[in-house]
Design a protein around this ligand. Structure first.
Ligand code: FAD
Length: 476
């Protein structure tokens, strides 16, 4: 089979793969970059995409060391977006509108929980601490908001600098920019393996061999890396399946409407799209293996929440598209970014709910590491073969996960019988169920609260995954 030399092979053409290929190839025109990708249930095609830094803040994030690092990373990424976007668009002859805009309204509404209240307060605190504008306004002044009375917003924050764009248009723009670069070759997904000091991608048309391989295959990353080098032990990558819809709404939406991040998900949100549609998202269901289609329960929950909490006029909106994707997330709740112990092998995944936003920063820092051989302070905390990051004790994780359960029940309008000890019994029941599920997990690994359903829905498989990761680390 014909073998062609290359300098870097990037596997996975989600936003991280495409952005990294663009950064490498545009920064070093002599570099031959091969980007291998397939269509599928990747996260990027399904994303909002809120370019959220403050809007993503939760009380828990602000209170933990690595949570704060993520907030700082998001703020840094926000600062890079205008130049990054200009560079990518300048590479295209006639770029299409990408729906980019600024302005986000965060709503604290009557179906939120105490978690929402804490995160709403944390967003204000983060704004003051990091010097980003946040203004509290009357909910009645929020453009595009018309909730049911029962679900009305009680308070609202305006984040004028927080940006957004149309994820699918942005990916199209990246495609056009890559197409314009003569040193980028795009191929469909193909088997990849190590051959001495080279990485070989075997496509139908021939083989590509390069000394550097970047695996950015989202929730599918770990098996790919292990196929290349079975001796490498990566932080396991789970998936948070997400569903959203695009609708042609009877009224325009000038900015993002969102609740704080809540109950595993990224909060309820509406994002203006380049063609005037509303993108409405999003559900999140943690799972060990990526799923290929939305669950009906998720779609129902999402529509119910959006019509009640955001705009009841959406009842007459026309459904244009259902989006579904698997957000990759490291099993300790954090991304996997940077070099591995195998020379020339790099990983970029696990960005969970803000990978589109973080993509310029990750692409640029990764390219600097690859091209200059210098370690990036932004990526160092998130190395793919790290020991698990744990800012939680088991007790705190269980308590936080139980609070998420109560919040989800409240948003779903679950109402316990107001008799005897029912309300407290239910709350205690969540706590006991989670405590029992966490007890079944191997010692030395604290599952972050946003992945808690894995502990009782996939307990045995999860314990096996953690065990094999721990054994791999002990043996390396
Ligand atoms: C519903 C939803 C809403 C979201 N909203 C936002 C938001 O508002 N803001 C934000 O910043 N982020 C958001 N996210 C998160 C964001 O989409 C992700 O963090 C980000 O897109 C991850 O990008 P990625 O390139 O790592 O992974 P992916 O986009 O999953 O890309 C990985 C790609 O690799 C491909 N692949 C798999 N196996 C192979 C193989 N063997 N060879 C080649 N390719 C392979 C997959 O098919 C996929 O296309 C959202 C996600 C979802 C699902």
């Amino acid at each position: 089979m014909r073998r062609v030399g290359a300098d870097v092979i990037v596997v996975g053409a989600g936003v991280l793969g495409r952005s990294t290929a663009f950064e490498l190839a545009s920064r070093a025109p002599e570099l031959r970059v091969v980007l291998s990708g397939r269509r599928g249930a990747g996260a990027s095609e399904a994303a909002g995409a809120m370019l959220g830094a403050l809007g993503e803040v939760t009380a828990a994030a602000l209170a933990t060391r690595h949570g704060r690092l993520r907030v700082e990373l998001a703020l840094e990424a926000a600062g890079r977006w205008p130049t990054w976007r200009r560079r990518v668009r300048e590479a295209v002859v006639r770029p299409r509108g990408d729906g980019y805009g600024t302005g986000t309204f965060v709503l604290l509404n009557a179906v939120g929980s105490v978690l929402d209240e804490r995160s709403f307060a944390a967003i204000g605190r983060a704004g003051r601490e990091f010097g980003v504008p946040v203004e509290e306004i009357e909910p009645g002044q929020v453009p595009g908001l018309r909730p049911l009375d029962n679900d009305r917003a009680l308070r609202a924050l305006h984040l004028p600098a927080e940006a957004f764009l149309d994820a699918r248009r942005w990916l199209g723009c990246l495609d056009a920019a890559l197409e314009a670069l003569p040193n980028v070759t795009r191929v469909p997904s193909a088997a990849v393996r190590a051959d001495g000091t080279r990485y070989v991608l075997s496509t139908r048309g021939g083989q590509f061999a390069a000394p550097t391989l970047v695996v950015a295959a989202g929730a599918w990353t770990r098996p790919l890396v292990e196929a290349v080098d079975p001796g490498l032990t990566l932080m396991p990558v789970a998936a948070a399946e997400g569903t959203a819809v695009s609708v042609t709404a009877p009224m325009p939406l000038p900015s993002v409407l969102r609740t704080p991040n809540r109950a595993y998900a990224c909060g309820l949100h509406a994002v203006p799209q380049a063609d005037g549609a509303w993108y409405i998202g999003a559900t999140a269901a943690p799972t060990l293996e990526p799923g290929d289609a939305p669950h009906l329960g998720g779609v129902r929950f999402l529509l119910d929440a959006a019509l009640g909490q955001l705009h009841h006029g959406l009842a007459t909106a026309r459904l244009r598209r259902i989006h579904h994707g698997n957000r990759p997330i490291g099993l300790d709740g954090h991304p996997l970014l940077g070099v591995t112990s195998r020379p020339g092998l790099w990983v970029a995944t696990g960005t969970h709910r803000d990978g589109l936003h973080a993509s310029p920063l990750i692409a640029q820092e990764l390219a600097t590491e690859i091209l200059d051989g210098t370690a990036s302070a932004w990526l160092t905390p998130w190395r793919p073969q790290r020991a698990p990051i744990s800012d939680w004790t088991v007790q705190d994780a269980v308590a936080e996960a139980a609070a998420h359960h109560r919040a989800l029940a409240a948003e779903a309008r679950m109402r316990p019988p107001l008799t005897g000890a029912w309300p407290q019994t239910l709350a205690d029941g969540y706590h006991q169920q989670l405590a029992a599920a966490y007890t079944q997990l191997p010692d030395g690994f604290v599952l972050p609260p946003e992945l808690a359903p894995l502990a009782y829905e996939h307990g045995a498989a999860l314990a096996k995954t953690i065990n094999s990761y721990q054994q791999g680390r002990a043996g390396s």
